[in-house]
Design a protein around this ligand. Structure first.
Ligand SMILES: O=C[C@H](O)[C@H](O)[C@H](O)COP(=O)(O)O
Length: 223
């Protein structure tokens, strides 16, 4: 099975977690895109969606799904999104697509985080994937120095020869070469650096369920 087939399989499996007549939180990335396309097939059954990025909002609207401002939402049973890495206890690295801040915000309002990922994302220890950190632009260099002190090898994310700018107008610093022993502790430490908006560690609030795509079928991990 190709990676795309595994992503499609978990996206299809995630549809059973969508609650009829309710609002669904929708993540960002290639796996989330498969989910959006599946959600479109049952769009008459949901009230609306909340998007974790401009790209996701555009894809949802392209399918004729109403996208609500999070400020107008008081209840959201599920948030469904991919991950760059996930552990057997549900801690994740996210933000490979630079959407980590809105993802964490939308996820924090939802009752349940349903992670959809192909089997390659399951790791013993987080950190093989560079850890994204969203940073206020004027604090870029001071945050890079602080991250180098805490963890090491922090690099500004570039796109087309320029610093990548997020949907929130900030930059992303990726911390390379980590082997994260205590994800919750590192999340707290990085959150405490002045100028950091969000760290892409989802450990204090990890996933509740992970639908993992494997050649033997979709495995459901619950945390
Ligand atoms: O910012 C992007 C998100 O955290 C994505 O959910 C994550 O990067 C996984 O993306 P993909 O499904 O494309 O591997």
């Amino acid at each position: 099975m190709t990676q795309d087939e595994l992503k499609l399989a978990v996206a299809q499996a995630a549809i059973s977690y969508v609650v009829e007549g309710e609002i669904v939180g929708v993540g960002t990335g290639s796996t989330a895109n498969f989910f959006i396309d599946e959600l479109a097939k049952i769009k008459h059954k949901i009230k609306a969606a909340v998007a974790s990025s401009e790209a996701t909002a555009a894809r949802l609207r392209g399918h004729g799904i109403e996208v609500l401002d999070l400020n107008d939402v008081t209840s959201m049973p599920v948030y469904i999104d991919g991950a760059d890495e996930i552990t057997a206890s549900g801690a994740m690295i996210k933000g490979g697509g630079a959407a980590l801040t809105r993802e964490k915000i939308v996820a924090s309002v939802a009752k349940q985080f349903i992670c959809i990922a192909d089997g390659s994302k399951l790791v013993e220890k987080l950190g093989g994937f560079p850890l994204p950190v969203e940073v206020i632009p004027m604090a870029r260099e001071s945050v890079i120095r602080a991250l180098n002190d805490i963890a090491g090898d922090a690099r500004l994310r570039m796109k087309d020869g320029q610093a990548l700018i997020t949907d929130n107008g900030n930059v992303i610093v990726d911390v390379h070469g980590l082997q994260i022993e205590d994800p919750q502790e590192l999340e707290r430490k990085i959150n405490n650096i002045v100028g950091v908006v969000t760290v892409g560690l989802f450990a204090q609030q990890g996933a509740n369920v992970c639908l993992l795509g494997t050649p033997d079928g979709v495995k459901t991990l619950t945390f």
